[in-house]
Design a protein around this ligand. Sequence first.
Ligand code: SF4
Length: 382
Amino acid sequence: MTSTIAKAPAAAATDLDAIAAKVQDGMRLDRAEGLALLRCEELAFLGDLATLVRERLRPERTVSYIIDRNINPTNVCVARCSFCAFDRLPGDPEGYVLSHEQVFAKVDELLAVPGVDAALIERGGVQVLLQGGHHPKLGIEWYEALFRALRARYPKLHIHGLSPSEIVHVGKLSHLSIDAVVGRLQRAGLDSIPGGGGEILVDRVRREIAPGKAMTAEWLEVMRVAHRHGMMTTATMMYGHVERPEERIDHLLELRALQDESLRAGRGSFTAFICWPFQPGGSELDCVKSGANEFLRMNAVARLLLDNFPHQQTSFVTQGDKLGQLALFFGCDDFGGTMLEENVVSAAGTQCLITIEQIEHCIRAAGYEPVRRNQRYELLRR
Ligand code: SF4
């Protein structure tokens, strides 16, 4: 070990020192090593190792973010995930489906943000993130019409939308294969797919907390198909509920294996990984809220295991700006999107939206230079 890495805790020093040496040599870590890191209580050690990898991947001292906003086209959902406080069953008076005009009004708000101009939009630097419930009546035609309308009105706006589970749901409703759904949505204007609904990619966990949602193989298949169609995607993890430590590691290894597959095909289409803890407020799932220490540890372990993911986003929406900033020292190199609006996490009583100025301040205060990016992580403006 070099003097730049904090010492491994004495009890497990041999194993952890060996892992640190492998990381320093750029070698891949295995499942047992991932688990040893997840159980390591020495945060400084984990942070130093994760920072080593982060700096190898992004040697310039920058942290990126994207100008975007969240739009949830509907909160009507039949999936009944036990952790969700956002969904409403069909017929619930609080259920909604946004009209095209309501979606346009939200995009117009985004385009009115100071600093958004034609050059930034032209280079894909302004994005909408469209995700919502599994509505029992909104099939492929509804989403095609929405994307076509958005594409006609805002030709260069980047449309990042529909999590894998929503795509599987639309396919089932419309009796179409995943390949057909992805192809048709792409032709209608969809640019890329967010990694939402990943939760933990282990069927034992999914059956317990989200039985109505895509299972592990389906989630991964949507991403595989999207990559084949030339789309970039992200990947997420929501931890801190019913999963075991081994299952968090298995989740990361599933993602790493699919990125390997994509790289072998000459792509590498996962751009970034994002993780956050389960937010217990307002949902049926009864779990203790996971803390700051766990958030930093999880980010560091993900950065060390996901050696083929170029970027890792911090989650200020669930963790607040201070902890979001601290994660920059635990493997994260991206501050995510400006969002403007968030309904899913806020339904569980947690919402930490911050302004562009606050994002840039957090990045600068951590010693990095803030840079705007597009969805492909091409740096656009300092
Ligand atoms: S998390 Fe998504 S799929 Fe699950 S109930 Fe909530 S809106 Fe529906």
